[in-house]
Design a protein around this ligand. Structure first.
Ligand SMILES: [Zn+2]
Length: 704
């Protein structure tokens, strides 16, 4: 039996964990507390009203209002007074400037696409010491860019996608002309709480915007188009070249990001593989690739200095007899020297994939045998698969309900373009599924990666508005596991296995086909294309190194292959291939609810501290004439310790602060900087000796 005491402890521990989770993700603007109390006499370059609005919007402030009520109002008038009288000007921390310069509009990241950041890693410890600013944001700082390439040389710079999965973007520069390939986003790592996604760093292009002749997009996956709304805007809307579905998806994302912005888009639609697009010294040609989304296309980037062959994401589909459908031999005759930049995510995958036919047969069998509803979770970008399920369901006399923002959006776009033609009566609303017999219902949804707020997780946790799991339901995970998501998926599977008897996933049956070429596909590709140089791209460093080794093991000359980092400058021309010593900036550029910034390391560090050890706020009000405390200092703790159980500790802190203030003689204060720093340091040290935790200590000293 659990005693009442133990239950209380559990409840409060949960409350603390919950608080930390909320903060670690949502504290975005917490640092405002620092800018309320300026650190120096720097001049303000942010209107106080804007700063104040952002303060007001913050949940953090609301949290405090609920707790300290009157003190907050005093604080507000103090703050306003200080700002308006100019007695002490407010200098906002740089990250606010960064956030506000770009946009404060939240770019749409469907929740289902976000990975839960539940596991926290201790990266940087901080005792609440004031964090030094001094950082600049890339959206303002003019960049002293590297001089362009020498005459007759093609410069190739991957600024993302060579050290991670995602954020794919490559710059090609010849003379005064620049062509860009893809503008993808990367989902945040687990040590980046509250970040929605990461986009490529385009500092190298600052001052070169007018030289950009076009941006070619390989296909519509987010790791290839996700950063387009922000970066196209920033780079002055250069022409965009791609196939119809990809263009439609980019436009849709732009509208989500900023209403009306897609009107700025200049598009060149690729209608067929024979199309040629001239962009300054560049000529683009195209070739067919197979990938898990329609309208994926490979690009030949031709210049007087040679050609780059870039399939984007690709795979080689093979039939049961192992024959491939698509051939690449024609690429061996492009203008030389030729460089093959090859997506190498499958560089560790041996053997062959199941064929699409095998996968579809498996899903069809499961669907036809199902005695209850069939719930298929897959990537929203698997438009082709969703289309197939809709058609198969119709054959079986079943109705299909789609759920998940990105799922519905992608199918809507594909339907508009005629890629998917669901019969009118075959699609039903997900909230109407109860009106049909269970064995006549198929639900296709997002969330196969265990994402916290995506549809499948909501169904499994019982929080979905209209779909609750039943014992007879069949749940199919039709997607591969994205590295890093293993634990979330395991948790989700456990939850579903508890509730229903039929769960099908890749370990049991081929219900997913990867969209990436395996080891032997890579070797096949190299043998067909016969490039002069081989550059593996689009994956973590180890994938790229494995692809390189694979090439060398298959007799590709080792000195003609190179694994770049993000920011590496490679040059190719008649005199050969070289890698420059210098690199272009490729640091993270974060996007969160506040906007875009490459200077959020401090914010992230704060979020990590809050997530791990919580926060203690010390509020002291001092009479400026008499130098006396108007009342005992107020101590507020969140996510650190439960105050009622630690009365003595809190009392000791209160006493310590009181003593420090009295001994410092407030009448002699020039400002409150020194005393706040002292409180922060001493209270931080004291709490550490008592609890071995380092909560963020926020001292608030108000002179009245
Ligand atoms: Zn892709």
């Amino acid at each position: 039996m659990v005693s009442q005491d133990h239950r209380d402890v559990a409840v409060w521990q949960n409350a603390i964990v919950h608080q930390r989770q909320r903060w670690s993700g949502e504290i975005g603007i917490h640092a405002c507390f620092r800018c309320m109390f300026p650190q120096g006499n720097g001049s303000s370059n942010l209107p106080s009203s804007t700063l104040y609005r952002s303060l007001w919007k913050s949940r953090f402030i609301i949290l405090f209002v609920s707790r300290i009520g009157e003190t907050y109002l005093n604080l507000r008038s103090f703050f306003m007074e200080q700002t308006h009288t100019g007695r002490r000007q407010i200098r906002p921390p740089h990250h606010h400037v960064a956030s506000l310069v770009a946009t404060t509009q939240r770019s749409s990241t469907p929740n289902e696409a976000r990975r839960p950041a539940q596991r926290r890693r201790r990266v940087v410890r901080n005792s609440g010491r004031p964090l030094q600013g001094g950082h600049q944001n890339s959206f303002r700082t003019p960049h002293q860019h590297t001089a362009g390439p020498s005459e007759g040389v093609l410069r190739i710079i991957p600024i993302g996608g060579c050290e991670e999965v995602g954020r794919n973007m490559t710059i090609f520069e010849y003379g005064n002309d620049i062509v860009i390939h893809d503008m993808g986003l990367q989902f945040p790592e687990e040590n980046m709480p509250g970040i929605d996604y990461i986009i490529p760093n385009t500092k190298y292009l600052e001052g070169k915007e007018k030289q950009i002749r076009g941006v070619v997009f390989s296909h519509g996956h987010l790791d290839h188009i996700g950063a387009a709304p922000l970066l196209l805007e920033k780079l002055g809307y250069p022409p965009v070249i791609s196939m119809p579905l990809t263009l439609a998806m980019i436009k849709h994302r732009m509208e989500d990001y900023k209403k009306g912005s897609s009107k700025q888009l200049k598009t060149i639609e690729v209608k067929g593989l024979k199309d040629r697009v001239a962009l300054g010294a560049f000529t683009l040609g195209f070739f067919q690739v197979e990938h898990s989304i329609m309208d994926a296309i490979g690009t030949i980037i031709e210049t007087p200095a040679g050609s780059v062959i870039h399939p984007g994401d690709w795979t080689m589909e093979r039939d049961a007899n192992d024959n491939t459908h698509v051939h690449y031999n024609q690429l061996a005759s492009v203008k030389r020297p030729s460089v093959l930049m090859l997506e190498s995510l499958g560089a560790l995958k041996e053997g062959r994939h199941a064929t699409n036919e095998e996968m579809y047969n498996n899903i069809l069998e499961v669907m036809s045998k199902a005695k209850g509803r069939v719930i298929i979770a897959t990537f929203s970008s698997q438009v082709e698969r969703v289309k197939w399920v809709i058609e198969a369901a119709k054959q079986l006399g079943k109705k299909v309900a789609l759920d998940g923002y990105s799922m519905k959006m992608n199918i809507e776009i594909a339907s508009k373009l005629g890629y998917v033609k669901p019969a009118k009566d075959s699609i039903i609303d997900v909230h109407q599924t109860d009106k049909h017999p269970d064995d006549k219902v198929v639900i296709i949804c997002t969330g196969a990666q265990g994402e916290e707020n995506a549809v499948l997780n909501r169904i499994a946790s019982g929080t979905h508005r209209s779909v609750k799991l039943k014992k007879k339901d069949t749940v199919i995970f039709s997607s591969s596991i994205i590295p890093g998501n293993e634990r979330s998926i395991q948790r989700l599977k456990d939850n579903i296995y508890r509730q229903c008897d039929h769960v099908i996933h890749g370990d049991l049956m081929d219900v997913h086909v990867s969209g990436h070429g395996t080891r032997r596909d890579i070797v096949d590709m190299l043998k067909q294309v016969k490039p002069d140089y081989f550059i593996p791209v689009f994956g973590n460093h180890f994938f790229l190194k494995e692809a390189q080794r694979l090439a060398v093991d298959n007799n590709f000359p080792g000195d003609h292959t190179f694994v770049p980092d993000n920011g590496t400058i490679m040059e190719v021309g008649n005199s050969g291939f070289k890698v420059l010593k210098e690199k272009v900036p490729s640091d993270y550029v974060f996007v969160d609810g506040l906007g875009v910034s490459d200077s959020q390391n401090i914010v992230l560090r704060d979020r990590q501290v809050l997530a791990e050890d919580g926060m203690v706020v010390v509020i002291a009000t001092v009479h400026s004439h008499t130098g006396e405390l108007t009342q005992n200092p107020d101590i507020i703790s969140r996510g650190f310790v439960y105050l009622k159980d630690n009365k003595q500790l809190i009392e000791d802190v209160r006493h310590k602060v009181k003593k420090m203030i009295v001994e410092s003689d407030p009448k002699t204060w020039a400002d409150t900087n020194q005393i706040r720093n002292d409180i922060r340091d001493k209270v931080g040290q004291y709490l550490f000796t008592k609890t071995e935790k380092r909560p963020m200590v926020l001292p608030v000293v108000i002179e009245v």
